[in-house]
Design a protein around this ligand. Structure first.
Ligand code: GDP
Ligand code: GDP
Length: 513
């Protein structure tokens, strides 16, 4: 089947909206604030300093008001900052990368919110950042967070006046002043708060989360907003495996152990340096949706990190939680299982493949980092990965390199193809002919002295396509014949890579048909 061309140059979904960047040192509450503003709890907050996020974008919408984008840059930290100097090896390079990303966000933002922690008071680092921002020459608002009760408000604000920017006290955790903050942000936009929206209001499923359109930033007094991580907060659920098939929006999940190269692949496939890639295992630990446009389609990588570190940052090995990552596969149309070519096939990979196959998850395997594999070792490598798919040979196996770009061209077209195949519906005439062909090529073997009789074939479901043969005695169909039937149907119906079910059901009534 001919498949689509390689992805066209890409642009983020929020690219048509003016942006406000949230910057600040780690742990001041940017992520909590971001979630409040976009009214979804996709980002996850942490209690430890130095635990930073990938850059995230989301939309702030309120009925009757101008829609704009916010960018959460993760924590900005310099090497001098003690909290991160204690991190594991490699963290410095990681922090430098965040700083670069933050600068990029600031460069494209219309205005900047410097988020500070009212309880910590003014730190030298806040001053350093403020000086940095002053040079950027853009409107700046200092957002004093964690002002949870009004009694101490003035006291908490006092020292931040020294920064010389307008101040707004908020409590991200309680929602206090968050609406006022959104209004202040609108004031910073070019053209002011009332400039009409662009013509093309994006649909559901945008970037970091779908904001509801109510003029309200969530329950204002719900106690600890930071506790409800993972909750959907009333925002519309992500598009899931439903009957609706919207070919313009493809949701993909990345699955695989830390350091396999998932984030690098998201970067390479989306053509952007959005995710932070680091040699420290598990540095991409938050669940982030990353969207980009490719031709006339929107592609979203859901819960991009997929795997989240729960324990201390100093842990040397991150536990790979299969359960947590399998959850992301249910939010996606197609799952990309990323394996590290240098690690070979592990028991865990095998189990994962079997699990995905059993669950009828539409998936493909990307063997990454092939730039590191000497050419003469490739045949052995290919044989072992192929062996891993012994029981699900329909699963595509692609050898890629996020680093060199090798093999990446077919990845997105293949994902689309798998998804399209999940929705194949076969007409009655074709089903009848298919059954005839299946039976004439190979009769079902005699079992316990009787040859099973086939009455008819129907397609019970799509996604995955499910075919049911009505036969006189289903117990007489043995596995090898069932395998042959599945293979034949796959070939005839061109369902070559999607999961599929073939069932045999006893039906005595239909005898004689
Ligand atoms: P970030 O590193 O700047 O993104 O900070 P996070 O959003 O991850 O928040 C860091 C910590 O501060 C988390 O434990 C939050 O629960 C907490 N936090 C965030 N906002 C508030 C607030 O308004 N009040 C209080 N008391 N804690 C908050
Ligand atoms: P994740 O934890 O699965 O998201 O993995 P990352 O994308 O953070 O990558 C982990 C490490 O592998 C980083 O040091 C990357 O630079 C490196 N890496 C990723 N893809 C490739 C690749 O195709 N070739 C090589 N040589 N290194 C890669």
């Amino acid at each position: 089947m001919p498949i689509a061309q390689p992805p066209a140059p890409t642009a983020p979904v929020t690219s048509h909206l003016p942006k406000i960047a949230l910057v600040g040192r780690p742990n001041v509450g940017k992520s909590t604030l971001f979630n409040r503003l976009i009214r979804a709890n996709r980002a996850i907050t942490h209690d430890r300093p130095g635990v930073t996020r990938d850059r995230m974008e989301g939309q702030v919408r309120s009925r009757g008001k101008r829609t704009f984008a916010i960018v959460d840059t993760g924590g900005i930290t310099l090497d001098a900052h003690a909290a991160v100097a204690e991190g594991p090896e490699g963290i410095r390079g990681f922090e430098a990368e965040i700083l670069r990303q933050a600068e990029a966000a600031m460069a494209e933002a219309a205005g900047i919110c410097l988020v500070v922690d009212g309880r910590d008071g003014l730190t030298p680092f806040d001053e350093h950042l403020a000086a940095h921002l002053r040079r950027a020459g853009k409107p700046v608002l200092v957002v004093v967070n964690k002002v949870d009760g009004v009694e101490r408000e003035d006291e908490m604000l006092a020292e931040f006046h020294a920064l010389g920017f307008p101040l707004l006290p908020v409590s991200a955790a309680h929602g206090h002043n968050v609406r006022a903050l959104a209004d202040e942000m609108r004031d910073m936009l070019p053209g002011g708060p009332d400039e009409p929206d662009g013509p093309d209001e994006p649909e559901e499923g945008d970037e970091a989360g779908e904001a509801g359109d109510a003029d309200d930033f969530g329950p204002a007094q719900d106690g600890d907003g930071a506790e409800d991580e993972g909750a959907e907060s009333g925002a519309p659920a992500a598009e899931t495996k439903g009957p609706a098939y919207d070919p313009t929006h493809l949701r993909l999940a990345m699955l695989g152990r830390p350091n396999a190269g998932k984030s690098s692949l998201v970067n390479a496939l989306s053509g952007q340096q959005r995710m932070i890639v680091s040699d420290v295992a598990g540095t991409t630990r938050d669940s982030v949706d990353v969207s980009f446009e490719s031709g006339d389609r929107t592609i979203t990588f859901v819960d991009t990190a997929g795997v989240r570190r729960r324990s201390r940052i100093t842990d040397s090995v991150e536990r790979f939680s299969v359960n947590a990552s399998l959850k992301s596969t249910t939010k996606a149309h197609v799952t990309l299982l990323v394996l590290d070519a240098l690690q070979g096939v592990t028991q865990q990979d095998k189990r994962l493949v079997d699990l995905l196959d059993e669950r009828k998850t539409p998936f493909m395997v990307l063997v990454n980092k092939i730039d590191l594999v000497p050419r003469k070792l490739m045949p052995d490598l290919e044989a072992s990965f192929k062996g891993m798919l012994e029981f699900c040979p329909h699963v595509p196996l692609l050898y890629v390199s996020a680093k060199s770009g090798k093999g990446l061209g077919p990845v997105l077209p293949m994902a689309e193809r798998i998804r399209a195949e999940c929705h194949v519906r076969v007409g009655t005439g074709q089903l009848n002919r298919a059954m005839e062909e299946v039976l004439t090529r190979h009769q079902p073997p005699v079992v316990r002295r009787v040859r099973p009789k086939f009455f008819y074939l129907t397609q019970a479901e799509t996604n995955p396509p499910t075919f049911v043969f009505f036969v006189n005695d289903a117990d007489r169909i043995q596995t090898p014949y069932a395998r042959y039937v599945e293979k034949a149907l796959r070939r005839m119906f061109r369902i070559e890579h999607a999961p599929m079910r073939v069932r045999f059901r006893s039906s005595h009534k239909k005898k004689g048909e």
